[in-house]
Design a protein around this ligand. Structure first.
Ligand code: ATP
Length: 247
């Protein structure tokens, strides 16, 4: 299979104890690409993302076959923190802000591994606020009191404070109004264009994700059922019938 030298996932299988969650997933993300990982609830999207960022563990699931490498190095040798330092960061499903901290404190928590100086931090925050003007307005508000969309933006902003090369984004649209989701996908595109940040985005909303991605993979029961350039996938009759119906 094709390799990118950036993110390469080759034939992985993942078990949660006796439960086989991912059977055979191979995918690549090229440097500079936005890739959509699609599929129904339970298809294995989250498990695949967690395998990549090494968030699985003995009690949380194990990669039992295949390999994952980041810039040529097996991720199994790297802890999640080391992966973040090397440029791979995951935004978990369900946003996961610290509700009692302000939006700005949430963003700052993302800078902690880099230990940047004060001026650098101020600059980085301004950059985040330029991308997410809504966060600037809410900078002093406790995250728990902001809207779902603002919390999702804060979770993405916090990930960006790590200065990533690749962001693994799990279900950014979950529970959000279509207009907010649209806004989030547009910001992803801007980040990609302006900063060259690559994205692997797990999404149930295939129509929307394919509209904003370069390439897509569709998972079904833990396997890749279809893949291709986003526009080709969106135009395929079988894909339309199964995944884009009614959208
Ligand atoms: P969702 O949109 O619900 O997150 P998904 O495509 O991301 O769906 P996964 O969460 O990766 O799918 O789940 C894949 C399979 O693994 C499902 O059958 C799920 O029930 C199972 N699974 C996920 N997490 C666990 C766990 N911690 N323990 C046991 N089984 C799990």
């Amino acid at each position: 299979p094709r390799t990118s030298g950036f993110l390469d996932v080759a034939g992985i299988e993942v078990h949660y104890q006796a439960i086989l969650a991912v059977r055979d997933v191979s995918l690549t993300v090229d440097d500079g690409a936005v890739v959509a990982l699609l599929g129904a609830n339970g298809a294995g999207k989250s498990t695949t993302l967690k395998a990549i960022s090494n968030l699985l563990g003995p009690e949380r699931g194990t990669v039992t076959r295949g390999s994952i490498s980041w810039r040529g190095e097996p991720v199994s040798r790297l802890t999640p923190a080391v992966l973040v330092a090397r440029g791979v960061v995951q935004v978990l499903e369900g946003r996961h802000c610290f509700p009692q901290l302000t939006i700005e404190e949430n963003l700052l928590s993302g800078a902690f591994l880099r230990r940047p100086g004060r001026r650098q931090i101020a600059q980085d925050l301004e950059q985040i606020y330029a991308w997410f003007p809504r966060l600037k307005h809410k900078r002093r508000t406790k995250a728990g009191l902001t809207s779902g969309g603002e919390q999702q933006m804060a979770a993405i902003g916090r990930a960006l404070m790590t200065k990533p090369k690749l962001v693994l984004l799990d279900e950014p649209s979950m529970g959000l109004a279509p207009i907010v989701v649209q806004e989030i996908f547009e910001i992803i595109r801007t980040l990609n264009r302006e900063k060259g940040v690559s994205f692997l985005v797990a999404e149930q909303n295939a129509t929307l994700a394919l509209r904003h991605a370069d390439y897509g993979y569709i998972l079904e029961n833990g396997r890749v059922a279809a893949s291709g350039p986003a526009a080709d996938l969106a135009a395929r009759e079988d894909v339309k019938a199964f995944y884009l119906g009614g959208a």
